[in-house]
Write a protein that binds this ligand. Structure first.
Ligand code: ZN
Length: 505
């Protein structure tokens, strides 16, 4: 009999809190809907008490999801539990996730609490959470470095106080697969309430073992795995959802377990995250990397052509890639493009689709072949921020080896035309200087990265920038066959998002 493993997604909490991974409210809502389409069992929507913005996004996600449980993270303090409940109480399936650290080093240096106090607080706060919410999960932070006997007492206290899920996090990515299995076996054997709770693990990837540790815990009997799309998260990240799901699917025979995730949504979901956080998926990333299903060597290609089983253990269409290398030309219809849009996890109305089709045809005029990656870059470029304060009209850049670079940038700002001139160290610096003048702000460029969407001299350039002013930073992306145009668009995208966020705050 195959056991069903619950998939608890924490992309919106553990993933989103990682450096450079922040998303705006619209993006979070879109991703939450995608997670529901993916059929994960629970979504950790955020840490409601962290800021009013976090609270609002947890609340909105809670109101929207119909089948998926929605959790807010809470420290073991009354205010966190109360705020967490206020945020999730509108959900069809609300959940509170209370945590406290149980390792000596965390209790002594971070919490500055004796173990007995941690034990007491666990019971008190889980009871409080349970008084508000029917579904409570408890996590013992840094469980894998905690004293086992003490861990048992804390987890029993949580279970006794009403926690239905007991989560065992490998917070610092320290455990090995065998140790993880032994720890789960120990807890299942030694906890008084072991038979009354659902066990869960939450593994970090510092030593590259997050997925292996999670799967080892599954074999040892856990009922739930916490993970993130693309493995994004603090430091080296969390266990990758797509890797766990496909391991369970591909090796269900070995694990004797499966899950309810709709694997055909994995590719669109991971692409959505990559687009929202402005980070490319590495080509060799298992399951969803560009090379995951590419066969270069002649021997492999020959094998795959005669029978795919020779070198493929999974089918690309099972993760939502229907055509690996579909090429779009001038005569491609809206249907083919619509299918691409769907695979990328996006929704577009008829007008947007018609626009995009036009753009693709224009690109096909200047570029020999337009493939999936070009279309992805164009679709991503299509996402406008909610408020476009500054819209690019035209620019001129002069640069060379014997003259200082100068740039004129012209934009529309609330239906008014504005232009500014600036000099700089190179054409891009000059253009960014002109934009700063237009906005009257002194944004600092924190990072700048350019990648070509495909190979070849006629490829689309995709520029990702991050700008900062004071405490706040914001990313932006621009796409064009001209790299200066792409850079200016990326900078303006970041500025527009920055200003929208500032207004909201
Ligand atoms: Zn974590």
């Amino acid at each position: 009999m195959s056991r069903n493993i619950r998939i608890f997604d924490t992309t919106l909490r553990d993933g989103e809190q990682a450096p450079g991974c922040s998303m705006n409210l619209d993006e979070k809502l879109e991703l939450a809907h995608m997670l529901e389409a993916l059929k994960v069992d629970a979504v950790e929507a955020g840490f409601a008490v962290a800021s009013p913005g976090d609270f609002e996004s947890v609340r909105q996600i809670a109101l929207r999801l119909k089948n998926t449980a929605v959790a807010s993270l809470c420290r073991a303090v009354p205010g966190d539990v109360e705020t967490g409940w206020e945020a999730v109480k509108g959900a069809a399936h609300p959940m509170l996730h209370v945590f406290i650290a149980t390792s000596d080093v965390h209790m002594k240096y971070k919490l500055k609490m004796p173990p007995e106090r941690v034990l007491e607080l666990t019971g008190e706060m889980v009871r409080k959470a349970r008084g508000l919410c029917g579904e409570v999960e408890f996590s013992a932070e840094d469980a894998t470095r905690s004293d086992r006997a003490f861990l048992c007492r804390v987890l029993d206290a949580a279970a006794k106080a009403g926690a239905s899920t007991i989560n065992v996090p490998d917070t610092v990515g320290y455990a090995t697969p065998t140790e993880m299995a032994q720890l789960i076996a120990y807890l299942r054997e030694n906890m008084e309430y072991a038979h009354k709770v659902r066990f869960s693990v939450h593994c970090h990837n510092d030593l590259g073992m997050a997925v292996a540790n999670s799967l080892s815990a599954v074999q040892a009997g856990v009922d739930q795995v916490e993970c993130t799309l693309g493995g994004i998260g603090e430091r080296a990240g969390n266990a990758s959802l797509e890797e766990i799901v496909m391991a369970l699917r591909t090796r269900g025979d070995y694990f004797g377990a499966g899950c309810g995730v709709d694997t055909r949504q994995l590719f669109p979901a991971c692409n959505m995250v990559s687009r929202f956080i402005g980070q490319h998926i590495p080509a060799n990333k298992p399951i969803v990397g560009a090379n995951a299903f590419a066969h270069e060597s002649g021997i492999h290609m020959h094998g795959v052509m005669s029978n795919r089983n020779t070198y493929e253990i999974m089918k690309p269409e099972d993760i939502g890639i229907t055509q690996n290398t579909m090429v779009i030309g001038k005569h491609s219809g809206k249907h083919a493009i619509e299918e691409y849009v769907r695979q990328m996890g996006m929704e577009m109305d008829a007008a947007q689709l018609a626009n995009l089709t036009e753009e693709i045809k224009r690109l096909a005029d200047v570029k020999n072949s337009v493939d999936r990656r070009d279309v992805e870059a164009l679709i991503a470029a299509h996402r406008q921020p909610e408020y476009e304060d500054y819209a690019l009209q035209r620019f001129i850049v002069n640069s060379g080896t014997s003259i200082p670079a100068t740039s004129v940038v012209q934009v529309t700002h609330h239906e008014q035309e504005m232009k500014e001139v600036s000099m700089g160290d190179g054409p891009i610096d000059a253009a960014f200087g002109a934009i700063n003048r237009l906005t009257g702000r002194d944004f600092a460029l924190e990072s700048y990265r350019i990648q070509s969407a495909t190979e070849g001299g006629d490829a689309l350039g995709v520029v990702d920038v991050r700008i900062r002013d004071g405490e706040r930073s914001q990313r932006g992306r621009g796409t064009s066959t001209d790299i200066i145009d792409a850079s200016i668009r990326a900078y303006l995208d970041a500025v527009n998002r920055f200003l929208a966020k500032e207004r909201k705050a």
